[in-house]
Design a protein around this ligand. Sequence first.
Ligand SMILES: [Zn+2]
Length: 106
Amino acid sequence: MAGSPVEWGKDRPAQSVRTCIGCRQREPSAELLRIVARHRESGSPGFAVVPDPRRRLPGRGAWLHPVSACLRSAERRRAFGRALRVSGNLDISALEQYLENRHEHS
Ligand SMILES: [Zn+2]
């Protein structure tokens, strides 16, 4: 473990930085959870907000700290619809469940 200190983050291409839609803080995207809006099952109007931890789902995404405080403030400010460009009913229960499960394991 010898060697010169490496200056991370100076000359390297910057990691992408995203803004949490809950608290509006800018973070490296690795710190944030990607979320996307998906059409609900046919017959149900509106959209569902789902977590996309692997960042593979198509469509417009938004970013959120994976904590309930940021979920709540995004919900209160109606940031989901704005960030995801959808209107109408937004079902965030899948996201809530995802965050709850995370907490159980930590
Ligand atoms: Zn946040």
